[in-house]
Design a protein around this ligand. Structure first.
Ligand SMILES: NC(=O)c1ccc[n+]([C@@H]2O[C@H](COP(=O)([O-])OP(=O)(O)OC[C@H]3O[C@@H](n4cnc5c(N)ncnc54)[C@H](O)[C@@H]3O)[C@@H](O)[C@H]2O)c1
Length: 382
C-alpha cells in the first residue's frame, strides 16, 4: 500500500525545475511506501505558473504562497524561492503542520535559522535542506570511505567553488534572475550561495568546523538595481577565501568567487589523511580520485574510480554499469533519502535537516564576521 506525499512547490525557477524533475522520477527508480504527487505549484505570475503546472504535471496552481501553505490537500511544501523568504515561508508551513523541503542556505543568518530549527523540531515535522552535492555517487562514496575510518587521522581539507558570471560592471543587481547580487534578497554573496555547499560537504565528511579566518572582496562597488532603476552600493561578497580548523584537528582552506574567468561552476574538494587521500571535481562528477598509501610502493599512485557500478552509492538504481549520472540525479537521490526516512523515521537520516543546515549557516556567519573584523572567529555549534 503506497502513501501519497502531496507536494506544494513554491518558486518555479532553476530549483523549481530540478525538484519537479526529481518528483517525477524518484518513484520509478527508488522504492518507498511514499510516492510524491505534484499537487500544486505557486508563483506570482498567473500565466507563467499555469504554464509551468501544465508542463511539469502539477494538478493545480496558486499565485500566493500563503494560500498554498494553508491548503488541506498538501502534505509537504518545497521552498524554492530566494533566500530572504525561506524563514517566513518555513514558519508558516510549520504553523500549518506541513513537512518542509527547503532550498539552501537555510536562512539569511543564524538568528533566523535558530527560529526555524526551534519551530520545526517542536512541531516534530520532517524537514530537509537541499544540499544536493552530497548525493552524487562519488561524493557519497567519499563519505563511506571516510566514515569507515580508512583515511586514518585527517590532516587537511580544501575546497573551491569558482564561477565567472558577474565580472561585467554593466550587470545590474536585484530582481528576477539577479537577486543573488542583492544582499537584501541573498543575505550574502558567494559565502551563502557557493561556499555553503562546500561547507555542507566538508562538515558531512570531516565533522564540525570550530574556527575561521577570512577575507572577502566586492570588486564592483556599485550596480544599477533592477527594482529601483538607481545605481546602488553592492554589499554582497563577490569573492571569499577562508581558513578553518575542524574539531578533529585538521586544517582547511576554502575559496569561492564569481570572478574566476573561464570557470562556470567548478566545485572541487580534496581531503588528505594519514593513510589515504580523496579528491573530487564537479566537472568529472562520476569519478572519485583515490590515493592509498597502503599498496606496495611501486604500484602507488592516484587512481580514478568511475562510480557507476552496481555497488556504488545510488548507481545500481539506474542504468547498467559504466553509464553516467548527472547533476539532476543528486536531487532525485536526496528526495529518495527523505522518502526512505518517512518509511522508517527511526533510521539514521542520510540527508541534511534544518539543524545540520543551521550549523552550516553558523560557519557562513562566522566567515563573514571574520572577514569584517580581520580576526579569527569561533564558530557557534548547532
Ligand atoms: N541546491 C542547489 O544547488 C541550488 C542551486 C541554485 C539555487 N539554490 C537555491 O534555491 C533557491 C532558489 O534559487 P533559484 O536559482 O531557483 O532562483 P530563481 O530565481 O531561478 O527562482 C526563484 C523563483 O522564486 C520565485 N519567487 C520569488 N519570490 C516569490 C514569492 N514571494 N512567491 C512565489 N514565488 C516567488 C521567482 O518568481 C522564481 O520562480 C535559493 O535559495 C538558492 O540559494 C540552490
Amino acid at each position: 500500500m503506497k502513501t501519497p506525499l502531496r507536494i506544494g512547490l513554491i518558486g518555479y525557477g532553476f530549483m523549481g525545475r530540478t525538484h519537479s524533475n526529481a518528483y517525477s522520477q524518484v518513484s520509478h527508480f527508488f522504492d518507498s511506501s511514499h510516492v510524491p504527487l505534484r499537487q500544486a505549484v505557486c508563483g506570482r505570475d498567473e500565466e507563467k505558473v499555469r504554464a509551468f503546472a501544465k508542463k511539469w504535471g502539477y494538478a493545480s496552481y496558486e499565485t500566493d504562497w500563503r494560500k498554498l501553505v494553508e491548503r488541506n490537500d498538501i502534505d509537504a511544501i518545497d521552498i524554492c524561492t530566494p533566500n530572504d523568504s525561506h524563514a517566513e515561508i518555513a514558519l508558516a508551513c510549520i504553523a500549518n503542520g506541513k513537512m518542509i523541503l527547503c532550498e539552501k542556505p537555510l536562512a539569511l543568518n543564524g538568528a533566523q535559522g535558530e527560529e526555524m530549527v526551534a519551530a520545526v523540531e517542536k512541531a516534530g515535522l520532517p524537514n530537509l535542506v537541499w544540499y544536493n552535492y552530497r548525493f552524487l555517487p562519488a561524493v557519497t562514496l567519499a563519505k563511506n570511505i571516510v566514515a569507515a575510518g580508512e583515511l586514518g587521522r585527517v590532516f587537511h581539507y580544501r575546497a573551491n567553488f569558482l564561477q565567472d558570471w558577474t565580472i561585467s560592471a554593466d550587470l545590474p543587481q536585484g530582481g528576477a534572475g539577479l537577486w543573488r547580487l542583492d544582499a537584501a534578497a541573498a543575505g550574502s554573496g558567494v559565502t551563502g550561495d557557493l561556499l555553503a555547499h562546500c561547507i555542507d560537504t566538508a562538515r558531512w565528511l570531516n565533522g564540525d568546523i570550530v574556527s575561521v579566518s577570512a577575507m572577502t572582496e566586492t570588486f564592483i562597488k556599485e550596480r544599477v538595481h533592477n527594482l529601483t532603476g538607481q545605481k546602488q552600493a553592492v554589499t554582497i561578497d563577490d569573492a571569499c577565501a577562508f581558513l578553518a580548523r575542524f574539531a578533529n584537528g585538521s586544517l582547511a582552506i576554502f575559496e569561492s568567487t564569481r570572478y574566476a574567468r573561464g570557470h562556470k561552476a567548478l566545485y572541487t574538494f580534496e581531503i588528505n589523511g594519514e593513510k589515504k587521500s580523496l579528491a573530487w571535481d564537479l566537472h568529472d562528477m562520476n569519478r572519485l580520485s583515490y590515493f592509498d598509501h597502503g599498496v606496495p610502493g611501486d604500484r602507488r599512485g592516484w587512481s580514478s574510480i568511475h562510480c557507476s557500478d552496481g555497488d556504488h552509492p545510488y548507481a545500481g538504481n539506474w542504468w547498467v554499469p559504466g553509464l553516467c549520472l548527472g547533476y539532476e540525479h543528486s536531487f532525485v537521490h536526496g528526495l529518495a533519502e527523505f522518502l526512505k526516512s518517512l518509511d522508517d523515521p527511526a533510521a539514521e537520516k542520510r540527508y541534511p535537516d534544518f539543524r545540520h543546515a543551521l550549523g552550516t549557516q553558523y560557519v557562513c556567519d562566522a566567515v563573514l564576521e571574520a572577514a569584517r573584523t580581520k580576526q579569527w572567529v569561533d564558530v557557534k555549534q548547532a
